[in-house]
Design a protein around this ligand. Structure first.
Ligand code: NAD
Length: 416
């Protein structure tokens, strides 16, 4: 990470990987081959990734007795960028989720999820091509911070007592005897760094708007705070590069709605990023009714979880949706498949490797190796168009050819 806040990627970077559990080894092996082939083809040996395995999940547990060995965290910290397959969530005790632990340890505050449709991919909506969004989901706060207390526990009793005696909370808890409690931390600092990253991305990628998605109508200080702090940082950090809905409101109040709309249109024509907001439940309607209205989305952790899957489903991509977890300040990033380990299909060589592969594409873009990234995306488009696909797409397409995971990778390499 350079002092200027930009990554300086050598031509032979060492990149740690976690192959993952269940179907992980199958989809990782296929993805790695395609990533290597694209880099080789585009840079003709001048650039090459040196892969370095790090252990996590079942493989780590079997070899070291730990689900997430300290050595793995050290490697991920030292090499900045890494990639991982899906990991089994250990049942009972210790770590709640390895993914959440990794995100929190490395303070990967952005969960980045691009959502686009690949022509030919079966989708449940009429116009999947209208969906072209990039989600910035806050990754370290909200109810995912894991501050939860079990019904009947001493902690709940203490907290209940504190709420009642110190904070005057009384009737709001409907069934005090049988209540579990959770705490939802949302900070100005955490919200603003996420929203700043989303606006920066919109400027760099020449996107038209950033929408803040929240439930501020109900959770006024946490989700409402997210919205207010978002508008605040947009003007503070980006000034004339953005036009916010607050400015629209101000013009409307001072003049009229027509004048506000003219100002909005002018800002848009001038290439300013429009910053607006949408309440989460309405947003989930609008992505089906008017997906073209949205481009870059900045949202809190839980909303982001629901939205990512809903949008991925709209483009038929739940099995191929990629993801990246990024700290834009330190440069740390872990790119990952968004599906789970599908244990029933472990070692069958039948699953779709595209989610992990496209996460690798996001990684190449993050490194500035865009030529290799673009080549893989084009190859994937061609391969899907030719209907040479794995079982998940095969089952939903007419006249398709069924390929194994490894054969699909070979096809992708051929089409590079
Ligand atoms: P899952 O995503 O593993 O599987 C659900 C179904 O989706 C599978 O049965 C399969 O039909 C389909 N599917 C998943 N990946 C596919 C692929 N690449 N190609 C084609 N079809 C695919 O979800 P689950 O069964 O709920 O979870 C299994 C395990 O994975 C659990 O231990 C869970 O905690 C873990 N998990 C891990 C991650 C992660 O590491 N990021 C994410 C979700 C779940």
């Amino acid at each position: 990470m350079g002092a200027n806040g930009k990554l300086q990627v050598p031509n032979q970077p060492i990149i740690p990987f976690i192959e993952g559990d269940g179907i992980g080894p199958d989809v990782w092996s296929a993805s790695r081959k395609v990533l290597d082939a694209a880099v080789e083809k585009l840079y003709k040996g001048e650039r090459k990734i040196e892969w370095k395995e790090m252990l996590a999940g079942e493989k780590a547990f079997n070899q070291t007795g730990e689900w997430l060995p300290a050595a793995t965290l050290d490697i991920a910290k030292e090499y900045l960028i890494s990639i991982k397959g899906p990991l089994t969530t250990p049942v009972g005790g210790g770590i709640r989720s390895l993914n959440v632990a990794l995100r929190q340890e490395l303070d990967l505050y952005v969960c980045l999820r691009p959502v686009n449709w690949f022509k030919g991919v079966p989708s449940p909506v009429h116009h999947p091509e209208d969906v072209n969004m990039t989600i910035f989901r806050e990754n370290t706060e909200d109810i995912y911070a894991g501050i939860e207390f079990k019904m009947g526990s001493e902690e709940v009793q203490k907290l209940m007592h504190f709420l009642k005696t110190e904070l005057g909370v009384d009737k709001q808890i409907r069934f005090p005897e049988s209540t579990a409690l959770g705490i939802k931390p949302v900070s100005k600092e955490g919200s603003q760094r996420l929203i700043k990253a989303a606006i920066q991305y919109a400027i760099e990628q020449k996107k038209p708007s950033v929408t803040l998605v929240h439930k501020g109508n109900i959770m006024k200080f946490t989700e409402g705070g997210f919205k207010n702090w978002g508008y605040e940082i947009a003007k503070e950090a980006f000034g004339e590069q953005v036009f916010t809905w607050m400015e629209w409101e101000a013009i409307k109040a001072a003049q009229n709605e027509e004048a506000a709309n003219i100002a909005l249109k002018k800002a848009s024509v001038e290439g300013k990023i429009i910053i607006n907001d949408c309440i989460a439940d309405n947003f989930l309607q609008q992505i089906l009714l008017a997906p073209k209205d949205f481009s870059v989305i900045a949202t809190l952790n839980l909303n982001g979880d629901y939205i990512s899957d809903a949008l991925a489903a709209a483009v038929g991509g739940i099995g191929i949706a990629p993801g990246g977890n990024i700290n834009y300040t330190t440069g740390h990033a872990v790119f990952e498949a968004t599906h789970g380990t599908a244990p029933r299909f472990a070692n069958t060589n039948t699953m779709n490797p595209s989610s992990l592969l496209l996460s690798g594409v996001m990684m190449l873009e993050y490194m500035g190796w865009n030529e290799a990234a673009d080549a893989i995306v084009e190859s994937l488009k061609t391969t899907i168009k030719r209907k040479r696909v794995t079982i998940d797409f095969y089952n939903l397409m007419h006249d398709a050819t069924l390929l194994k995971t490894s054969e699909f990778a070979e096809e992708l390499i051929k089409n590079l």
